[in-house]
Design a protein. Structure first.
Length: 283
């Protein structure tokens, strides 16, 4: 029974840790703009053609001010963020730090843009149509059409993993309680004698709680090793090197997940053991 507890805790905590890492990975992939941006309005730069770019020239400051004023006056627009060439170039350098295309663009050739937050994300077409007609605008992109399907599946995977881990954690808690209940039942005569001669509840409970806690922590240790090896081999060594344009989880996220796994293991070990043995404290 103790071995079954350890294995169940191992599997369930591994899934729980994987779900935590999946949550942090989704947050990293969303990036700093995802929760703010529904529409991106890219401005004209020198040498880049566009229907509203005059002579392939960069947008003037007057045009930029007019674009911002038009966007902010639109009733469908909640807020407008400006990303300068320098900010866009730094982000480009960070994303393509280890890629051969890192030096393809320079700060002069990269586009500055307005990032638009909408009142109702579904009512984007009017904002896109208006922005495309403004002088100095090279292109308009609705990012959610591209990003939403990706994050929909990633969030679904995260919740499926969470659901499976919760079911297994409940099974582990029930198994721990059943194991400790059987141990206490087999020693009920001894427990009664200890209670009659004045032993405290803490003194009687401690061996059972320690037995449960040790089994839970062994399962947690195995789960932590499994999670760390999986994150290191699969994500940090393989996926992060294969797809360098995305932000991937690292050791800070792994250590955070491990800390939560240990906490959950301790709670799931102690609480069911206490509930299972407290009736034997009454004589």
């Amino acid at each position: 029974m103790t071995l079954a507890v350890i294995v169940t805790m191992w599997v369930s905590l591994s899934l729980f840790g994987a779900a935590l890492l999946a949550t942090q990975q989704v947050d990293l992939l969303k990036g700093k703009w995802y929760d703010k941006v529904e529409v991106s309005v890219f401005l004209c730069v020198d040498g880049v053609s566009g229907s509203q770019c005059s002579g392939d020239k960069a947008a003037t400051q007057a045009q930029k001010d007019a674009i911002r004023q038009a966007l902010e006056s639109n009733p469908q627009v909640s807020r407008v963020y400006y990303e300068s060439k320098h900010e866009a170039f730094e982000e480009y350098q960070r994303i393509y730090a280890d890629s051969p295309v890192r030096d393809v663009l320079t700060e002069d050739t990269i586009q500055d843009s307005y990032r638009v937050k909408l009142v109702d994300p579904q009512q984007y077409q009017g904002v896109v149509t208006e922005a495309q007609s403004l002088p100095g605008v090279q292109s308009v992109v609705d990012l959610h059409n591209v990003l939403d399907p990706i994050f929909l599946w990633m969030n679904a995977l995260r919740w499926v993993t969470f659901g499976m881990s919760v079911l297994l954690l409940v099974a582990a808690a029930l198994q721990i309680g059943n194991t400790i209940r059987m141990a206490a039942f087999s020693r009920r005569r001894e427990l009664g004698i200890m209670k009659l001669v004045g032993a405290s509840n803490t003194y009687i409970l401690m061996p059972f709680l320690l037995e449960s806690l040790i089994a839970g922590l062994i399962g947690a240790l195995l789960a932590c090793v499994t999670l760390a090896l999986g994150a290191d081999v699969v994500v940090m060594r393989k996926m992060a090197h294969s797809i360098t344009t995305l932000a991937w989880i690292g050791w800070p996220q792994v250590w955070t997940s491990i800390a939560w796994m240990v906490i959950v293991a301790a709670v799931l070990s102690v609480v069911p053991a206490y509930v299972a043995t407290r009736k034997y404290l009454r004589v």
